[in-house]
Design a protein around this ligand. Structure first.
Ligand code: KIV
Ligand code: NA
Length: 279
């Protein structure tokens, strides 16, 4: 497969072929995305929770995101690589946003960056990053970095006033030049009304219903690498947390019962060398 480009994604939208996006945070998750043939890989700041064990996305540092992003880059050849700008790394000024975005491109090989918000985050941030030559993906609806201000991790835009605001934000992000916008946890009817007005930007949904150009899920959610069920929009395709626990438990039992290691796991020495050793 040759690398996925922005024109490839625009063509998929024009032809009505759904775009597949998934998050990744390390080399093996990147390899899985590569081998499965996904189109876009996101090093999401959800990694704060999925792989770093933080209680929310707000605490993750740029340096930590860069470590994850570099590992993902090493595992990818074809998918477009998008990196989340973490909370606190782009809010202060356009200059700060550009500096952070440039780091993800130079130090981790990102193809594009993603940032949250359309009203909280000034559109000048998007324009400044674009002016530096870096494609930008927007993210509206449930924006976890500002979840406290939104009243928690809950669906957004279920009333007409909030729905209107989310629609305006998405349209403004399109207008500012985002090549794509993520809609998270909004009513499917809102997406149906909004998506036809987003002709110039790739609409990626997560908990936003089927009326999008593509879908994204968190790697650890779709593979069940977690405790508990997660949001209603998650479809689970495996139960890898349970599989990991079962595997480690079986290993522990084998060690305690002296079933492991067996003869087949050991190295040996020639009889000559052994007798020389015994002398
Ligand atoms: O961080 C993340 O995983 C995301 C996706 C859910 C879009 O922002
Ligand atoms: Na994110």
């Amino acid at each position: 497969r040759r690398p996925v480009t922005l024109p490839d994604l625009a063509l998929a939208k024009a032809e009505g072929r759904p775009v597949v996006m998934v998050t990744a945070y390390d080399f093996p998750s990147a390899r899985a995305a590569e081998e499965a043939g996904v189109d876009v890989v996101l090093v999401g700041d959800s990694g704060a929770m999925t792989v770093l064990g933080l209680p929310s996305t707000v605490g993750v540092e740029v340096e930590e995101m860069l470590v994850l992003a570099r590992a993902v880059r090493r595992g990818l050849a074809a998918p477009l690589l998008v990196c989340d700008l973490p909370f606190g790394s782009y809010e202060a000024s356009d200059a700060q946003a550009v500096t952070t975005a440039v780091r993800f491109v130079k130090e981790a090989g990102a193809d594009a960056v993603k940032l949250e918000g359309g009203s909280i985050t000034p559109l000048s941030r998007v324009r400044a990053i674009l002016a530096a030559g870096i494609p930008v993906m927007g993210h509206v609806g449930l924006t976890p970095q500002t979840a406290t201000a939104l009243g928690g991790y809950r669906a957004q835009g279920r009333d007409a006033v909030t729905a209107r605001r989310i629609m305006d934000e998405a349209l403004a992000l399109q207008q500012a030049g985002c090549f794509s916008v993520v809609l998270e946890a909004v009513p499917s009817q809102l997406t149906e009304l909004l998506a036809p007005r987003l002709d110039d930007t790739l609409v990626i949904g997560i908990g936003a219903g089927p009326a999008t150009d593509g879908q994204v899920l968190v790697f650890h959610d779709l593979l069940g690498i977690r405790e508990g069920r997660g949001a209603r929009f998650v479809q689970r395709y495996a139960d890898l947390q349970d599989a990991m626990t079962a595997g480690v438990r079986a290993y522990a039992e084998d060690v305690r019962a002296r079933r492991y290691p067996g003869p087949e796991h050991g190295y040996s020495m020639s009889a000559d060398q052994l007798s020389a050793l015994r002398d």
